[in-house]
Design a protein around this ligand. Structure first.
Ligand code: GLP
Length: 239
């Protein structure tokens, strides 16, 4: 595990964006796993700026997002489809980009098909991850099995509350989502975890210092052979 502690969120974004850009430039990332949430927004801005300046290209990179709410269409501004369009896909051409379809008629089949698409693409070279304040990765809430694959999950109430700011009303936050599983995430050849702000300090401590346990989904990353964590001093304050 490589732990990079930076002064603040801005420095974390700069360091993580540089790390990802270097990997892509070196040709080591043909398939990238992408994340939503507030944590990666500045990373997407920095990567987009590099692409606009002609210093970086994702033209031969395929992306797979971690998750999507069930029941939200790409047109819904709170969907992760809309988030990715806003912050990255509208600015950065990729070979292909994939997000689980929250409107799938048959979400079970969609989950299986998503997993198959990742495999067919050759697996994920680098997976970008945020962390929930309850230790979740993707939408794998506490209790998620280590052998879980892409599936339908029930969101924890704390997650629905944390994400309510993206919705007009708190009750609009869906109760269910499609997410890559813990085993799907762990199959990536490199993991890049971002944690910023005091609200993530407890979760980051449990993830890094705690036992590897489904109680803290991110703790499984301790057993990944190629893990980079970028944290600011606030998030790292309990380490
Ligand atoms: C979201 C996402 C996660 C993300 C996490 C933290 O709900 N499903 O992939 O890492 O919660 O979000 P934020 O970066 O906004 O704190």
């Amino acid at each position: 595990m490589k732990l990079h502690i930076l002064s603040d969120a801005k420095a974390v974004s700069a360091a993580a964006a540089r790390h990802i850009a270097d990997r892509v430039q070196a040709g080591g990332v043909k398939v990238i796993g992408l994340a939503t949430g507030r944590s990666p927004i500045a990373i997407y801005e920095l990567l987009s700026a590099e692409v606009a300046a002609g210093r970086l290209s994702f033209a031969d990179v395929t992306s797979f997002n971690l998750d999507e709410y069930l029941g939200l269409s790409a047109e819904n501004s709170a969907s992760f489809h809309a988030f990715m369009q806003r912050h990255f896909f509208s600015k950065v051409p990729l070979l292909a980009h994939h997000i689980p379809d929250g409107m799938a008629q048959n979400p079970l089949a969609e989950a299986e098909a998503y997993e198959a698409k990742i495999l067919a693409a050759g697996g994920i070279d680098l997976q970008l991850l945020g962390i929930g304040s309850n230790g979740h990765i993707g939408f794998n809430e506490p209790g998620s099995a280590h052998d879980s694959r892409t599936r339908i999950v029930t969101l924890a109430e704390s997650t629905r509350i944390a994400n309510a700011t993206d919705f007009a009303a708190a009750e609009d936050v869906p109760h269910y989502a499609l997410t890559m599983g813990i085993a799907t995430i762990m199959s990536a050849r490199e993991e890049v975890l971002i944690a910023t702000g005091p609200a993530k300090a407890q979760a980051l401590r449990a993830a890094i210092k705690g036992p590897i346990s489904p109680d803290c989904p991110a703790s499984v990353l301790q057993s990944h052979p190629n893990l980079h964590i970028f944290a600011d001093e606030c998030a790292a304050s309990l380490l």
